[in-house]
Design a binder for this molecule. Structure first.
Ligand code: AMP
Length: 213
């Protein structure tokens, strides 16, 4: 299965990506996670990415595209892959097409998660992430057993800088203006499947798998 997930920030792509990658036994490739790992490791790429991420803006295509093209040369993508957070604009979508066409590994589907704006803001402002293992929690919907502590590895939970109220609005604007056009792009080539991102995590996973059959 070669799959792209698309949807507004906070729609639960990251959470669903973990389930779907497990279900199809394919690597989960999240550009946001790769950038965050680079920020943590204080690499040159991390330093550059942080200056855009902190404002809720997209990291330049030249950087992001090369990073994804390189990731897609790893041997673990032989049986498929799941891209989460990429492509994020039409230019990236076209670049990805070029890479996949050259390697003769076309996409099987693009799965869109739909969610209303007021729900997005509620979800993003309550999201907490484990510093150590990256597991995702929510202050209201998926509370950790102990406040501020990861259930899975006991790591410390933190709020992403770009989940703060001041940045959320800009991320939504960037999504509407830059990312949403890729939905029409993929619809035009008959790859788009759309599901609602509202409801229980397990019900959404089941809906995703049914849509991809
Ligand atoms: P995410 O974890 O997918 O919400 O991404 C967090 C941030 O990383 C975004 O707001 C962007 O600043 C950056 N980012 C992630 N993926 C991309 C991408 N495909 N193109 C450009 N910037 C990205």
């Amino acid at each position: 299965m070669r799959l792209v997930l698309v949807g507004p920030p906070g729609a639960g792509k990251g959470t669903q990506a973990v389930h779907l990658a497990q279900h199809y036994a394919i690597p989960h490739i999240s550009t946001g996670d790769i950038f965050r790992a680079n920020i943590k490791g204080e690499t040159k790429l991390g330093l550059l990415a942080k200056s855009y991420m902190d404002k809720g803006e997209l990291v330049p295509d030249s950087v992001t595209n090369d990073m994804v093209a390189d990731r897609l040369t790893h041997s673990d993508v032989a049986n498929g892959f799941l891209l989460d957070g990429y492509p994020r604009n039409v230019e990236q979508a076209k670049f990805l097409d070029g890479v996949l066409t050259t390697r003769n590994i076309p996409l099987d589907a693009v799965l869109e998660f739909q969610l209303a704006n007021d729900e997005i803001v509620k979800r993003l402002s309550g999201r907490r992430v484990c510093k150590a293992c990256g597991a995702i929690f929510h202050m209201i919907f998926e509370k950790p057993k102990v406040d501020g502590v990861c259930d899975k590895c006991q790591g410390e939970l933190y709020q992403r800088d770009d989940d703060k109220e001041s940045v959320i609005q800009n991320r939504l604007t960037v999504y509407t203006e830059q990312t949403e056009p890729i939905i029409a792009y993929y619809k035009g080539v008959n790859l788009l499947k759309t599901i609602s991102a509202l409801g229980e995590v397990s019900a959404i996973s089941a809906a995703a798998i049914a849509a991809l059959k």
